[in-house]
Design a protein around this ligand. Structure first.
Ligand code: GDP
Ligand code: GDP
Length: 438
C-alpha cells in the first residue's frame, strides 16, 4: 500500500500550493481528459524514490466547536489518523501564531510522525528567521518554498526516511504470478458487499491460500475458471467470518490505496442515485492511477425505463473520460448480469499488460503520421521518429522525435485512438509521452 502524507496547518500558510507542487507531475498526465473534475484534496505524488498519496486537509481549526468548521475538523482528524506522516506547514514570513501552537499541541498528543515545514522561506536566512518555530517542539525545521519549488525534495525525504517503508513489490514478478489484483471501489451503499458476497457464494469460485496474507485482512485470493484473482483490501468493508459487510465510515484514503494496489478496479455505481460528485471523484482517481477499469451500474432492478435512460446519459456526460472502459448494468442483489463482469475484468487486465515491441510501435506511428501528420507550429513542424513501450498497467507509449512540444492535444488523442485500436486496449488507460531528442 502506498504511504500517505497529510498536510496540516492554519489557512493561508500555503498548503494547497504545496499540494499542487507535490502532485504536479501526475496532474499533467490527466490534464487533457475532458470532463474530469478533480477533488483538490487528495492526490498522487512521486518524489525521488517515494510514491505516495497526499492529502490537503484545508483550513484546520482543531478547536472548532460547531458548524462547518467542526465538520472540517472531523475530516482533518480522519485524514491525520489515516496518514503515515503529517507535514505541519507554518508561514515563515508571518511568523509563529497562537493557532500554530494549538495545532502543534494537537499533533504532539497524537504522536504521529510529524515534520515541520516553514513555507514561504524563499530568500530567507534560515537559521536566524526560523528559529522561533523551535518553540513548537516538533524538532527540525524544514525551510521550503512551495511557490518556488525549493526544499521540497528534502522535506519529502525527511518525512518518509524514518518510516523505513518496505521496498515496492517488483512489478514484473507480480505479473508473472498470473494473479489479477482486483479492487471493488465505490461510495458507501452502492452494493459492494452485496456484490462480493454474491461472487463468493458462487460454486465456480474456489478460495486458495496466498502466502503472506492474514486471515482477518480483507484480501481474498480465489480462482475462477482457471484464472487466479486476489480481491484486495476494499475500503468500507469488514469481514465477518465468511461474509463481508459494509462499515459506516467511508475512507477516501483506503479507497485510493486499494485502487493503487490493484491491477483492475471494478467501479460500482448506484443506478438509483445516478452519477454523484463522489462517484466522479473516485472515477478520476482511477484514471489518474492508470489502473484498468470496469464500470458496473448496480441496482438496475430498482430503476424504471425513464430513469435508466437518465442514468445512461449521466454516465456519458460525467464519466466521458472513462470511455475506454466496458460498462455493465447489474443487480448484485438479484444476481443479474454478474457473470459477464469476469470477461471484462480479464479483458481489462490483458489490455493493461499488453506488450508492444519497438518495431511494431514504430511502424504504427509512422503509418499514423502518413495518414495525418502533426500541424506545423510557426517555424516548427514536429517530427515523430520512433516509439517504444515505457511501461505496463497502464501501458505507456514513448514517442521520440523533434519539436514534439508543439504536438497538439488533439493530435495526441488521434495517436491514442490509433494505438488503442491496433492493440485492442479496451479497459485500460493509455499514456502517450512525447520525448524530444536533443
Ligand atoms: P492554504 O490556505 O494553506 O492552502 O494556502 P495557499 O496555498 O492558498 O496559499 C496562501 C497564499 O500564500 C497564496 O497567496 C500563495 O500564493 C502564497 N504562497 C504559498 N506558498 C508560497 C511560497 O512558497 N512563498 C510565498 N512568498 N508565497 C506563497
Ligand atoms: P456497500 O456499502 O457498497 O457495501 O453496499 P451494500 O452491499 O451494503 O448495499 C447497500 C444497500 O443496497 C443494501 O440495502 C443492499 O441490500 C442494497 N443493494 C445492493 N445491491 C442491490 C441491487 O442490486 N438492487 C437493489 N435493489 N438493492 C441492492
Amino acid at each position: 500500500m502506498k504511504p500517505v502524507m497529510a498536510l496540516v496547518g492554519r489557512p493561508n500558510v500555503g498548503k494547497s500550493t504545496l499540494f499542487n507542487r507535490l502532485t504536479k507531475s501526475r496532474d499533467a498526465i490527466v490534464a487533457d481528459y475532458a470532463g474530469l473534475t478533480r477533488d483538490r484534496h487528495y492526490g498522487n505524488a512521486r518524489h525521488g524514490r517515494y510514491e505516495f498519496i497526499v492529502i490537503d486537509t484545508g483550513g484546520f481549526e482543531p478547536t472548532a466547536e460547531s458548524g462547518i468548521y467542526k465538520e472540517m475538523a472531523k475530516q482533518t482528524q480522519q485524514a491525520v489518523a489515516e496518514a503515515d506522516v503529517v507535514v505541519f506547514v507554518v508561514d515563515a514570513r508571518a511568523g509563529l501564531s497562537a493557532q500554530d501552537h494549538d495545532i502543534a499541541n494537537y499533533l504532539r498528543r497524537l504522536g504521529k510522525p510529524t515534520v515541520l515545514a516553514a513555507n514561504k522561506a524563499e530568500g530567507m536566512l534560515e537559521g536566524v528567521q526560523l528559529a522561533e518555530f523551535y518553540e513548537l517542539g516538533l524538532g527540525e525545521i524544514h525551510a521550503v518554498s512551495a511557490a518556488h519549488g525549493q526544499g521540497i525534495r528534502s522535506l519529502v525525504d525527511a518525512a518518509f526516511e524514518p518510516l523505513n517503508l518496505p521496498e515496492e513489490d517488483d512489478a514484473a514478478e507480480e505479473q508473472q504470478s498470473g494473479i489479477i489484483k482486483l479492487a471493488v471501489a465505490g461510495r458507501p451503499n452502492v452494493g459492494k458487499s452485496t456484490l462480493i458476497n454474491a461472487w463468493l457464494g458462487e460454486e465456480r469460485l474456489v478460495a486458495f491460500d496466498l502466502p503472506g496474507t492474514t486471515r482477518d485482512a480483507i484480501s481474498v485470493p480465489f480462482e475462477r475458471n482457471g484464472q487466479k484473482f486476489e480481491l484486495i483490501d476494499t475500503a468500507g468493508l469488514r469481514r465477518k467470518g465468511k461474509v463481508f459487510e459494509a462499515i459506516e465510515k467511508f475512507s477516501v484514503v483506503k479507497t485510493l490505496q486499494a485502487i493503487e494496489s490493484a491491477n483492475v478496479v471494478l467501479l460500482l455505481l448506484d443506478a438509483t442515485q445516478g452519477v454523484t460528485d463522489q462517484d466522479a471523484h473516485i472515477a478520476g482517481y482511477i484514471l489518474e492511477s492508470g489502473r484498468a477499469v470496469v464500470l458496473a451500474i448496480n441496482k438496475w432492478d430498482a430503476v424504471d425505463d425513464y430513469n435508466r435512460e437518465l442514468v445512461r446519459r449521466q454516465i456519458e456526460q460525467r464519466l466521458a473520460f472513462l470511455k475506454f472502459a466496458e460498462l455493465h448494468y447489474i443487480s448484485a442483489k438479484k444476481r443479474q448480469g454478474l457473470g459477464p463482469l469476469w470477461a471484462s475484468i480479464a479483458q481489462a487486465h490483458k489490455a493493461a499488460m499488453t506488450k508492444m515491441t519497438t518495431p511494431v510501435l514504430t511502424r504504427l506511428l509512422l503509418e499514423a503520421v502518413q495518414f495525418q501528420s502533426p500541424k506545423r507550429a510557426g517555424m516548427f513542424r514536429p517530427k515523430l521518429r520512433y516509439a517504444h513501450q515505457g511501461g505496463m498497467n497502464p501501458p505507456v507509449i514513448v514517442v521520440h522525435g523533434n519539436s514534439l512540444e508543439h504536438v497538439t492535444d488533439a493530435y495526441k488523442r488521434f495517436l491514442e485512438g490509433r494505438f488503442r485500436k491496433e492493440f485492442n486496449l479496451v479497459g485500460t488507460p493509455l499514456r502517450i509521452e512525447l520525448r524530444t531528442s536533443k
